[in-house]
Design a protein around this ligand. Structure first.
Ligand code: ATP
Length: 435
């Protein structure tokens, strides 16, 4: 497949705007006397026929200078630069284009950031993670559509269905590729080519992941949990000891599969009344819950997790300590009690509980709260109570809380009922104060 032209594929699979944009960038490259390519995952997805919106372009000159010139020409804007000479260009109506300088990378120490020097496209493709991600398509006008398939990625993608690393040292150089490999294999239903699998397992056994920062690992886990069906990659992370290599004793048992499936089902039902849960966070709770508390804490520390994840982990422990037994009990639980107990939890935690304890009273009661009770409100507001003669101060809050309870339990059904109850409660409070 070296030298094949895939213009027809570009024409049929890319949106018209993206195709036009690539042609214009190719013409600009010609004028500047440089070679330009669309590269990596975009080429992979084009060949697979997966829709792609954002484009990754590599030029054999300084990427930010090319991007600036392109933005002036096309009326776009250049948003950001990175230290590797990458610019993100926005062109109205055509989406986002990452423009990078073709570069070679040398890893001096396993896991450390590589030493980067400008290079040719061939070197830029050599530094990539898997053969299926190492193809480029030239966009200069004269050779528009020429596929560079230097590492056999085309056949690995279309015939063999395998992930294959480019060098023996790949996982050692950048152990995040362990997590990327698991993610892509699951996404495309590919297997790891035999030697690649062996190298990956060896890198795990040699504890290569210890050299990777918490942020980078967390970032890869978020991407895995953002896949449409995250159980397959999570299961592999567990069974191949990858989680245990990130934090000792971290594993996810096979029983968690049903929780993952239920989380996916709840997410596809759309946001519940209790608010929209971010699904990857709900899945993260499912990865974490089977672990001991001390292991959970080590995980959030190792991943350098932010405030929202830390709060969720605390919420999980609080739910286990304070709410679960009540919700699991055979005794009648009043709606107002459910409301009071569950309103302190985030949509993510509640969705997790529905999935984790599916088919039990815990899930039923959480579902009742989320779908029926979460938005319960009184007709009267604080101002109305003051107008009825309640003295401003704590009494207002106390009466409102009691009105809400009565609303939820069905003891009052209208504004008039609330007025009657508020008046009675205010009188009782007054009498209480006098005596
Ligand atoms: P996705 O569809 O999940 O976005 P992608 O392949 O486009 O996948 P990106 O993370 O956007 O993923 O990376 C773009 C390209 O950059 C990849 O296709 C690959 O060629 C290269 N790349 C990204 N991360 C690495 C890495 N850790 N090591 C080597 N090459 C990488």
């Amino acid at each position: 497949m070296h030298g094949t032209n895939i213009t027809m594929l570009l024409e049929s699979k890319l949106r018209g705007e993206s195709l036009q944009l690539l042609r214009k960038l190719g013409e600009l490259a010609d004028e500047r006397g440089v070679d330009a390519y669309v590269v990596g995952g975009v080429v992979r997805d084009l060949i697979l026929g997966v829709p792609t919106f954002d484009l990754d372009v590599v030029v054999e000159e300084r990427g930010e200078e090319f991007a600036e010139a392109a933005a002036v020409r096309l009326g776009g804007s250049v948003k950001a630069h990175t230290r590797f000479g990458t610019a993100i260009m926005g062109v109205p109506g055509s989406g986002k284009v990452d423009v990078a300088t073709a570069r070679s990378e040398v890893y001096e120490r396993p896991g450390a950031l590589p030493v980067v020097t400008p290079g040719r496209i061939e070197q830029d493709l050599e530094r990539r993670d898997f053969t299926i991600n190492s193809m480029a398509v030239k966009i200069n006008a004269g050779e528009f559509g020429r596929l560079l398939n230097l590492h056999g990625g085309y056949d690995d993608l279309t015939k063999r269905g395998v992930l294959r690393v480019l060098t023996e040292r790949s996982f050692e150089d950048d152990p995040t590729r362990i997590l990327r490999g698991v993610r892509f294999a699951a996404r495309f239903g590919f297997t790891l080519e035999a030697e690649t699998e062996q190298l990956l397992r060896q890198a795990v056994a040699e504890d290569r992941l210890t050299t990777v920062s918490g942020e980078r690992i967390a970032n890869e886990i978020v991407l895995i949990l953002g896949e449409p069906e995250p159980w397959a990659p999570v299961e592999r992370l567990a069974t191949w000891g990858i989680l245990d290599a990130i934090v000792a004793k971290w594993t996810v048992p096979p029983e968690a599969e049903a929780t993952f499936v239920e989380i996916g089902r709840l997410a596809s039902d759309g946001p519940a009344d209790g608010g929209e849960a971010e699904t990857w966070r709900v899945h993260f709770l499912a990865m974490l819950e089977p672990a001991d508390r001390s292991v959970r804490n080590m995980i959030v520390d190792r991943l350098n997790a932010g405030r929202r994840i830390r709060t969720l982990v605390l919420e999980l422990a609080r739910f286990e300590d304070e709410a679960r037994a009540l919700l699991a009990s055979d005794a009648r639980v009043r709606d107002s009690t459910l409301h009071r107990t569950l309103r302190r939890y985030s949509p993510e935690l509640l969705e997790f509980c529905r999935a984790r304890w599916r088919g039990t009273p815990v899930a039923e009661r959480v579902a009742r709260y989320v779908t029926e009770l979460a938005h319960a409100a009184t007709s009267l507001a604080g101002g109305d109570l003051v107008a009825l003669g309640v003295r401003q101060g704590p009494a207002v809050g106390e009466i409102l809380a009691k009105l809400l309870e009565a609303r939820i339990d069905g003891a009052v059904a209208s504004r008039e009922d609330e007025i009657a109850l508020a008046t009675k409660l205010a009188r009782e409070l007054d009498e209480g104060n006098k005596s």
